[in-house]
Design a protein. Structure first.
Length: 337
């Protein structure tokens, strides 16, 4: 899938939308439920396998990875809420989910407010970032209450009473992932739509754990750029390009090994400064890898059809994806050294 099916689509990364025709291929490969329990049709793969599959997909087509990674957020929440029907649809790929709750990280600001409505809730405000519009089947939305709680609910991913959508954003990368702003004007969450109501501070602590580590896509983009760098160097008979790729790869693999040690062998709440430092270092290395690919391609790298400029833009996107204030500070420190 990553070697043959996704790269041609990635070459059209600025097309209006990612093809839904990828969905059967992704489902056949087990991607929608790679980490979901077997009881609901998932593969129940161990974390190391989940990370590696993410690297493969991200290196092949980052737009597809980004839509998929948001999908994976919804299934465990649905299962924990007792919505086995939804969890099964998500794990088997019958349904694809998108998410809109990054605005909750801006607390105490409340861009989306959750208001009680009988046994359910209503959402009011603007969710500034929702990716996968027109690709996804369901949307997981988050809002903040006036008494310090967060509410998560799932609705069909289509315009409906209380839910309007902006035009797709004209973004510098991953345009095909179709990112929009959701305008919520009293969107109703019925009791069965609600997957989680929790204390905002408790939720924020859980949310901060994965955000302290680099996402696997950082390594996927970096290593795929190095593969292209080696290929370009051999094709042009430029040993300097091949040598640069080998040296960069050694650094990438060393950082990745340290990251995986923390993920697999250390308490997830421990060594946060080290995790943030490694996240920033991995991102900086990714930028070096994609920049080296641009340099090796010379002027041709600036052609809209050249993968080098696309990889460089993907790296820019991953610098800010899932960014928290501590992660931003660590990244700025890494680039200033």
């Amino acid at each position: 899938l990553a070697a043959d099916r996704l790269p041609p689509a990635a070459a059209l990364g600025d097309r209006p939308t990612a093809p839904r025709s990828h969905r059967p291929a992704l489902a056949a490969a087990g991607r929608p439920g790679v980490s979901a329990p077997g009881a609901v049709g998932g593969l129940g793969a161990p974390p190391a396998v989940v990370r590696r599959t993410q690297e493969f997909v991200a290196g092949a087509d980052l737009s597809t990875w980004f839509v998929q990674i948001q999908h994976h957020t919804c299934a465990p929440m649905a299962l924990d809420a007792g919505r086995e029907d939804l969890a099964r649809d998500l794990a088997t790929g019958r349904a694809v989910a998108g998410i809109a709750f990054s605005h909750l990280r801006r607390r105490p600001a409340r861009p989306v407010v959750a208001v009680p409505d009988g046994a359910g809730w209503r959402l009011v405000g603007d969710a500034p970032w929702y990716t996968g519009w027109g690709i996804n089947d369901v949307a997981l939305l988050g809002g903040a209450t006036d008494d310090g709680r967060v509410v998560f609910g799932v609705v069909p991913a289509r315009e409906q009473p209380g839910l309007a959508v902006s035009a797709p954003m004209d973004v510098a990368a991953l345009r095909s992932a179709v990112t929009v702003t959701l305008r919520l004007d009293g969107l109703r969450l019925r009791p069965d739509d609600v997957l989680l109501v929790d204390d905002v501070e408790a939720w924020a602590r859980r949310d901060a754990r994965p955000s302290a580590n680099p996402v696997p896509a950082v390594f996927g983009v970096a290593e795929s750029a190095l593969d292209l760098l080696v290929e370009r160097g051999r094709r042009r008979d430029e040993p300097a390009a091949v040598d640069a790729a080998e040296r960069l790869r050694a650094r990438v693999l060393a950082v990745k090994a340290e990251v995986h040690h923390l993920l697999d062998e250390v308490d997830p709440d421990a060594q946060m400064p080290r995790r943030l430092r490694l996240r920033a270092l991995a991102q900086a290395l990714m930028v070096e890898c994609t920049t080296a690919l641009v340099v090796a391609g010379a002027g041709a790298s600036m052609a809209a059809s050249d993968p080098a400029q696309r990889k460089a833009r993907e790296a820019l996107f991953l610098l800010v994806q899932a960014q928290t204030r501590p992660a931003r500070s660590a990244a700025l420190d890494a680039f200033a050294r």
